[in-house]
Design a protein around this ligand. Structure first.
Ligand SMILES: [Zn+2]
Length: 433
C-alpha cells in the first residue's frame, strides 16, 4: 500500500516506480515492491538543533534552573560555547543518523557554535550529505555573545546562502538564522531581515517561546515580538517561527495573514515548562519540529497530539498528519519542489517503507488512526532520499553506524570536559525572566 499524500490522505495499491530520483509513472524505472508494506512520504522535522545531539546525559553541577532563561544560561548557552568544529561534525552525523533510522528525511536545523562560527554550516552540510539527509541550514545570529560574533553569525548565513545559490547542492538549502527577539538588537535584526531579502529566503527565529521574549520586547521596544518583526521587515510568507507559545491573538493573526510558518515543538515545550502553545487558535501554517529532542516525527506528532487532546477533545485524529504535511510543504517551498512530501509521480523520491502488519484495514479513512495510535519508528525498514536508498533493512547504507557512534562518543567526552570550564551565560533579558 502506498500513502501518496498525508493531507488529504490518499492511498494507492500497487508498487512504486522510481526514475531519476523521482517518483515515476507505473512501469517506468525501478520498482519498489509495496505489496506487504506501507510506503509513506519521508518525514520532515521543521525545527531542530543538531548541535545538541551529544548533550544527552551530560553532567550538570550548577544550581538547577528555575525558569526558561536559566535553562538557556546554564545549559544550552554553555554547550554551544563549548562546541568546536569536530564536535559540530560529530553532532550532525549522530543527529543525521538517528533522523534517517527513524524515517525523517529532511531536517530544518538551527545551529549555534559561538566559538566555531565560520564554516560551521559547511561542516553540517557535508556531514548530512555524507549520510544522504536532506537539510535546510542556518546559523543562529545573536547579540548575546557580543558584536563580533553577531557579525560572524550573520556572515556565516550569507556565506552559506551564497554557496547554495552558486552550487545548488542537491540536498541542502538555507534560511537566515536568528536566535530570538530578546537577544537581538535593532541593528542586528535589521541586518538579518536584509540578508533574508537579499538571498530571497526567510528568517528562521525563535518567537515567543517563553514569556521572557514578550516581556523583553515590551520593555525594550515597547511592542510585542511579532509586531517588532513586522516593523523590522522580518515577517513574511518565508519566515519560520519556532514555538510561538506566548503569541497573543493579534500576533497569531499577523502571522496567519502573511502565511508565515510556525514550528510547534510540543515535547520541548513540556520539557521546558514554558506552557502549551495554543495551537488550536493558530490558523495557517502550523508545522512540527523537535527543537533538538531527536528527530523522530512519529514520536513528536504523537506527543503533540496527546498534549493537545488533554485540553481539546475536538482535535481530530488526522491533526498529526496535517501538521506533518505542513512541515513537508515548508521543505517543498524551500527546495522549490511543490510535490516534496507526497509520493505522486514527479515528486522527489523521499520515502519510508514501513514494515507494519496491519491488524485492521488501512484505508484513506482509517490511516490517521493507524498513524496516531500504532505506527512508530520501530516500523521503519527502508528509507530513500532523492531516489537513493539511505537505509536498507534498518541499516544505513553509506556508513557504519557503530563506527559513527564510536567517533561521536569520543567527541562527546571531549565536549563534556570543555563544558566543565564554561560558566553560566551572563546575558539577561529585560523585563524579567
Ligand atoms: Zn529551538
Amino acid at each position: 500500500m502506498i500513502v501518496t499524500s498525508l493531507d488529504p490522505v490518499r492511498l494507492e495499491s500497487g508498487d512504486l516506480w522510481i526514475a531519476d530520483g523521482r517518483i515515476a509513472a507505473q512501469d517506468e524505472g525501478t520498482r519498489i515492491d509495496c505489496d506487504s508494506v506501507l510506503a509513506v512520504p519521508g518525514n520532515v522535522c521543521a525545527h531542530t538543533h543538531l548541535y545538541s545531539a551529544l548533550a544527552r546525559g551530560m553532567p550538570y553541577a550548577l544550581e538547577p534552573p528555575r525558569n526558561f532563561v536559566e535553562i538557556l544560561q546554564r545549559v544550552w548557552w554553555r554547550l554551544d560555547r563549548a562546541l568546536d568544529e569536530d564536535s559540530v561534525r560529530a553532532s550532525a552525523l549522530a543527529g543525521g543518523m538517528e533522523a534517517l533510522l527513524s524515517g525523517t528525511t529532511t531536517l530544518v536545523d538551527h545551529h549555534a557554535s559561538p566559538n566555531a562560527i565560520d564554516g560551521s554550516l559547511d561542516v553540517i552540510a557535508d556531514a548530512l550529505a555524507s549520510l544522504g539527509v536532506r537539510s535546510v541550514l542556518c546559523y543562529e545570529t545573536t547579540d548575546r555573545d557580543g558584536p563580533e560574533r553577531a557579525r560572524a553569525g550573520l556572515a556565516e548565513n550569507s556565506r552559506w546562502l551564497e554557496r547554495v545559490r552558486r552550487e545548488q547542492p542537491p540536498l541542502a538549502r538555507g534560511l537566515v538564522g536568528a536566535h530570538a527577539s530578546f537577544t537581538l538588537g535593532d541593528e542586528t535584526l535589521a541586518a538579518c531581515a536584509d540578508a533574508a531579502r537579499e538571498h530571497s529566503t526567510g528568517l528562521h527565529i525563535h518567537a515567543a517561546e517563553d514569556g521572557a521574549d514578550e516581556r523583553d520586547a515590551l520593555a525594550v521596544h515597547g511592542t510585542r515580538v511579532v509586531e517588532r518583526l513586522v516593523r523590522a521587515g522580518a515577517l513574511d510568507e518565508r519566515t519560520l517561527l519556532a514555538h510561538g507559545v506566548h503569541l497573543d491573538g493579534s500576533e497569531a493573526a499577523a502571522v496567519g495573514a502573511v502565511k508565515a510558518t510556525i514550528a510547534h515543538n510540543a515535547r520541548s515545550n513540556m520539557n521546558n515548562s514554558i506552557g502549551r502553545a495554543r495551537v488550536e487558535e493558530l490558523d495557517g501554517r502550523l508545522a512540527l519540529g523537535t527543537d533538538g529532542i531527536g528527530s523522530d516525527m512519529f514520536e513528536e506528532s504523537h506527543a503533540a497530539y496527546f498534549r493537545l487532546r488533554e485540553d481539546d477533545l475536538g482535535a481530530g485524529v488526522d491533526w498529526p498528519l496535517a501538521r506533518l504535511a505542513e512541515s513537508s510543504r515548508l521543505a517543498a517551498r524551500l527546495f522549490d519542489e511543490p510535490l516534496l512530501g507526497t509520493l505522486e509521480p514527479g515528486a522527489p523520491a523521499d520515502l519510508v517503507v514501513l514494515d507494519y502488519p496491519a491488524p485492521a484495514p488501512v484505508t484513506a479513512a482509517s490511516f490517521a488512526g493507524h498513524w496516531t495510535f500504532a505506527l512508530s519508528s520501530r516500523h521503519v525498514r527502508d528509507v530513500m532520499v532523492a531516489g537513493e536508498w539511505v537505509v536498507r533493512d534498518r541499516r544505513l547504507t553509506r556508513v557504519d553506524v557503530a563506527e559513527l557512534a564510536a567517533g561521536a562518543h569520543v567527541q562527546a567526552e571531549l565536549l563534556w570536559q570543555r563544558l566543565d570550564g564554561v560558566g553560566p551565560h551572563p546575558f539577561e533579558p529585560k523585563g524579567g525572566s
